[in-house]
Design a protein. Sequence first.
Length: 376
Amino acid sequence: DLTAEFPVLGELAFFNHAGVAPLSKRAGDALRTFASQGERFAYFQQGWYRRVREVKKLAAKLINADSEKEIAFVANTSTGVSTIAKGIDWRPGDSVVITGVEYPANRYPWEDLKRFGVELIEVKQQPDMRIDVEDVVDAITDRTRIVSISHVQYASGHRIDLKPISETVHQVGGYLCVDAIQSLGVMPVDVQHMGIDFLTADGHKWMLGPEGCGFLYVREDLIERLHPNVVGWMDMVDASNYGDSRFEFERDARRFEPGSYNLPGIFALGASLELLLEVGIETVWSRIDAITTHLCEGLKSKGYRVLSPRGRGEKSGIVIFDVPEAGVREVPEKLNIVMELEKKGIVIVIREGRLRASPHFYNSIEQVDRLIDALP
């Protein structure tokens, strides 16, 4: 029963999962259980850290990582990207390839490396809102240490084919880092098949968890090549032996977890991951694909312009659209559209001056029709 799993269905037609998503009921229950246990028993006999390991296994399963040893919990995507950016031993003249339309979380950590003599190379978005794979591949040289790119772009919804990029950057001895916040929980992501070396995402979008809790994947053979960005007590071997100060980093991804966990966030994220895996990511994507296709058809029939690339292998859960050519409006007028929809319990947003809808698998075709009918 989707209504029982997603109470938001009784309140809103919510189409902003690319922003901050509603919690699943299971995630909310996990938060409430944690609060109740904390109030009544503190940490005593709760098995909280055992659950942390279980949730890491769920994250590893979601992306087809080898094991939970390749998974570290991070506060957000920015922290995950920064862990990679600050962990590499850079040399002057090294370069990082990104695109010119990355979300700031996947731009600023790399831009900060300019102070170490690292060059930032930007690949431009095409006029049709696509990132051409060949343009990314052509930007890779023997000086490229990292290509860092969003699997799905937040302001276009374009999904890029990562495998040719990983194959090319590996040929020059570099690595592929992926911001997967707009694809995890939407569609299958296979780090092994795609050749991804590093991947990170916060859980508050398509994974239906709370803000402030995500995870970082680091390929096992690369873990010890990265120096931890933040050094604390918990990223050390035998961390719970407090009286023996032994400066030796963990050899798995725990070396990127310097201190106490965001336990309520991890438990809530884990509950939603269990739900997504129970439904099946292939099923989730099939449903999102059908819903967004219906949305695009309805928008076009009403005269709206669908701008997101919708070809095979490049579409996502994000639909960027704009008003009809004859009724071109300034951004404040488009904001009025968004606010009028909100009065009717329909949630979309504006990104980069255009309208954006991002439905999840539990949204209904009837809700999509409500959105289309309510648009001016």
